[in-house]
Ligand binder design. Sequence first.
Ligand code: AMP
Length: 284
Amino acid sequence: MIIITTVREMQDWANETRLQGKRIGCVPTMGFLHKGHGSLISKAAAECTEVVVTIFVNPTQFGPNEDFERYPRNFERDVELAETCGATVIFHPTVSEMYPNHFSTTIHISGVTDKFEGVFRPNHFNGVATVVAKLLLATKPNIAYFGQKDYQQTLVIKRLVSDVNIDVEVSIQPTFREHDNLAMSSRNVYLSPEEREMALVLSQALQTLQRVISAGEKNRTILNNTLQQTIQQIPSAIIDYANVALQETLHEPDVFNAGDSVVALLAVRIGKTRLIDNMLFTMV
Ligand code: AMP
């Protein structure tokens, strides 16, 4: 396992590795790795010769009142988990390495960032797009792996890579869940045992929606109400959004058509913890 902390060394390693004809997979993360990250790393290891896991808690994607300072960190454990899953390199730059004095560039992607997370976390996707561009240009992977867990983020990254011609294949992997269906997240450690129980309402809402969609419902208001009413059964759960939209554009027609590919997107606050989840469906 190689640990690299500077962009220059990272690019030198990537250039050399590509010259040797090896395939580089990259898994960008903010660390505090769990089995969800592990599933991306294992997939990368199955498809690539070298797997770079980037571990960087990116300050620019957090809002002023968000959890940047208290975001959980455990570098030693991350290195162990990453290596067990097949990582060969860890890229772990400091904040000043990524954002030196006079850093002045922000990548803003319009359209897919206009709603949902983009409304509740106004500069979040600028931070994500900018840091992901930097990480991909530093690690130079053939394939970069991202989780469907952050569904809107996957749309942002696909747009980014296409719009600015980053020469990488984007691979989206399914959400890895706990035995009781809670989507794995580094932020789950914030939950008290009672909150952990309440958090199950997110996956329950998605499963309820699945039944309603399977029964043929296509009216968006009814579908959104299904999600929202299930979540409201937990009185202390605060809904940021719980909406059904078209998968590719996030447009929200009043009524969906049979065959439409849709996504249900949830962001719910339980106590001080903000959780997101989503599920993909095809309208019947
Ligand atoms: P994060 O460290 O939370 O920024 O996540 C790093 C990458 O892992 C992102 O592409 C996430 O979408 C992905 N990821 C996070 N949680 C999961 C999960 N439960 N299953 C699959 N991928 C995940």
